[in-house]
Every structure is written in structure tokens, then in C-alpha cells.
Write a protein that binds this ligand. Structure first.
Ligand code: FES
Ligand code: FES
Length: 174
């Protein structure tokens, strides 16, 4: 659910963002989070709002390639940033390997946490620290799944990590 409401015009600040490869020049209130900007005016509702307090990971996106909680970032602090949301990770006809692996491993039930899980997993591979299942579990611990699909999520990530190997992780993450 978006809590975005149109702010008074005299409070707006300019911000430029590239989101999923598309440049946006926007006027936003200083208190608008990236999450509310995405889900409100930009209608990119693939990014989910769970706790809105940085504790569940449902809102995970990639900011300049790093996985971050969009609910904890003020949009005006991100001027000039490149942001990737689940809508930019892959498309129906051209799924990212991580999306395909989540499907193949049945790594979701309700799916509410899934966009954040996938964005986080893509960022995780790019970090290059996931060399074991234990590390994957630890480094994905910021992404909660109320349906308890953790085993299958780890299976999916492990497959992509193994499939691409260390040298190919950078490619898989892009
Ligand atoms: Fe951002 Fe939960 S909605 S961490
Ligand atoms: Fe339902 Fe993760 S699949 S919360």
C-alpha cells in the first residue's frame, strides 16, 4: 500500500534519478522515501512495502548496484543515482537468471517478499561474498519471508552462484 500524498508545492525539491535505465527529473517533498516515490508517482509497485522501518527487506532495490532498503532512503538524498527495481531486473520474455531460478526452485508462496528477495540476491552475488550455503543464509538474513520459503530461496541463489562461478557472478548480477 502506498502512503504517498501530493505534498504542498512550496515544499518540493528537485531530484534526478535513473530508474531501470530511464532518466527521471522529479520534484519531491524532502520527506518522501524512495519506496513511496517508486510505488506512488512512478507506479513501480513491484517493490513492496512490508514494515516501512528497515526490518523486513520487502522494499529492497539496487542503488548504484548496492542492495538497499528503499523505505530507509529519502529520495532527495539519491540525486544522480541509478536505481534498479524488480521491473528492471528482467522481463517476462527475458528473465534474469535469478528470476528463473526462483521459479525453478519454487522459491515463493504468496510472493510478497519475492521482488525484494530477488533484488537482494542479485546484489549479493555482485558483492562476491556468497561462497557457501551458510554465507548465503547469513547474507540474505535481512530479507524476511513470512511463508518460510527460505530453503527454496537458498536453493535458487545457490544454483545461480554455482552456475556462474565466481568470475561470472558480476555478469549474473548485471
Ligand atoms: Fe523496507 Fe520493510 S518495507 S525494510
Ligand atoms: Fe510469502 Fe515470502 S513468499 S512472504
Amino acid at each position: 500500500m502506498s502512503h504517498f500524498t501530493t505534498p504542498p508545492a512550496d515544499t518540493l525539491c528537485p531530484v534526478s534519478l535513473t530508474i531501470n535505465g530511464k532518466f527521471h527529473s522529479l520534484d519531491v517533498a524532502p520527506w518522501t522515501t524512495l519506496l513511496d516515490l517508486l510505488r506512488g508517482p512512478l507506479d513501480l509497485t513491484g517493490t513492496k512495502k512490508g514494515c516501512d522501518h528497515g526490518q523486513c527487506g520487502a522494499c529492497t532495490v539496487l542503488i548504484d548496484g548496492e542492495r538497499m532498503n528503499a523505505c530507509l532512503k529519502l529520495a532527495i538524498s539519491l540525486d544522480g543515482s541509478e536505481i534498479a527495481t524488480i521491473e528492471g531486473i528482467g522481463t517476462l520474455g527475458d528473465l534474469h537468471p535469478m528470476q528463473q531460478a526462483f521459479i525453478d526452485h519454487d522459491a515463493f508462496q504468496c510472493g510478497y517478499c519475492t521482488p525484494g528477495q530477488i533484488c537482494s540476491a542479485v546484489g549479493l552475488l555482485k558483492e562476491g561474498h556468497a561462497h557457501s550455503r551458510e554465507q548465503i543464509r547469513e547474507l540474505m538474513s535481512g530479507n524476511l519471508c513470512r511463508c518460510g520459503a527460505y530453503t527454496n530461496i537458498a536453493d535458487a541463489i545457490e544454483e545461480v552462484a554455482g552456475l556462474y562461478g565466481r568470475q561470472g557472478l558480476q555478469e549474473a548480477a548485471e
